[in-house]
Write a protein that binds this ligand. Structure first.
Ligand code: SF4
Length: 290
């Protein structure tokens, strides 16, 4: 099958050696993303990324692809954009796609940074799904710098509470963790996550590509000076991304894993290695789907 002709495609993170995701399909209702996260890596491989736009003839293509998917397949929405990016409030493209998913034999993992996902609660309750919301910091000013156009962390926590209390399984991506920026106060963040009703945390460290690193230097010049020797001296390059030294990555991940253990949250890392820290069936939160 030629992946290029499909909008729901086999997930293939560049055959990354650290990826432990279960077999799944990847679906992005939009091309590009309007949230403007400075650490985003999708901007390094999608043309004109910050100009978020709908896909031509999407619903027709979704219908076509759904006919060809294996039974009980897992669809991850989205990996290279946010299905609830600011355009979605008016365009309702993701909403239309959820309608197409109804009455199909599939499992859906929604990944977003927006409380707009609660608008679709009625549809989510009819599907076999789980929702993971990314929260990288509780401090709204820091979050605004990291993710300028995404809703503030308080709204994301409210969304988790709403979804969880209505019976949707939820998890949180604490991703990325960036030393000197958001690695302080993770215990407080994790307590808030627990209080929201979420059951699982996936954590990962910042793994910059060149354009993300450029944005980091522009927005956080002093922090970048401290990070530079860690990424480009003591660290290592894996694929197209730069990684912190393994010892530091392990320390950060263990800190989150230990805290999750105390709180009764399951835990996994994303593309870090360290399988010994994993306490959940899946790394991506798909095990939350009933
Ligand atoms: S929400 Fe995700 S895809 Fe969109 S800019 Fe942020 S990191 Fe990139």
């Amino acid at each position: 099958m030629r992946a290029k002709t499909y909008v729901i495609r086999p997930f293939d993170p560049w055959r990354g050696k650290l990826c432990t995701c279960p077999p799944k399909f990847s679906f992005d209702p939009y091309t590009g993303c309007g949230h403007g996260c400075i650490y985003c890596y999708a901007s390094s491989y999608i043309r004109d990324f910050h100009h978020c736009r709908p896909k031509e003839g999407l619903i027709k293509k979704v219908k076509h692809d759904l006919e060809r998917l294996p039974k009980n397949c897992l669809i991850s929405m989205s990996n290279s954009s946010d299905p609830y990016n600011p355009l979605e409030a008016d365009l309702k493209i993701t909403h239309g796609c959820l309608r197409e998913f109804l009455n199909r034999d599939l499992r859906l993992l929604v990944i977003t940074k927006s409380d707009l996902v609660t608008r679709d609660l009625d549809l989510l309750l009819e599907l076999r799904d789980a929702v993971t919301i990314t929260i990288t910091a509780l401090d709204k000013d820091l979050a605004r710098k990291l993710e300028p156009n995404a809703p503030p962390p308080s709204k994301r926590l409210d969304a988790l509470s709403k979804l969880s209390s209505e019976g949707i399984s939820t998890g949180v991506r604490v991703d990325p963790i960036i030393p000197f920026l958001n690695d302080d106060g993770l215990d407080v963040l994790l307590r808030e996550i627990k209080n929201s009703g979420a059951r699982h945390v996936t954590a990962s460290t910042f793994k910059p590509r060149w354009d993300g690193w450029r944005r980091m230097k522009e927005i956080f010049p002093e922090v970048s000076l401290k990070l530079e020797p860690l990424y480009f001296g003591a660290g290592e390059r894996v694929g197209r991304g730069y990684h912190l030294p393994a010892s530091l990555r392990f320390r950060l991940m263990k800190q989150v894993a230990d805290e999750c253990g105390k709180l009764g949250l399951t835990f996994a890392t994303c593309r870090e290695g360290f399988p010994e820290l994993k306490t959940s069936e899946s790394c991506d939160g798909s095990h939350l789907i009933k």
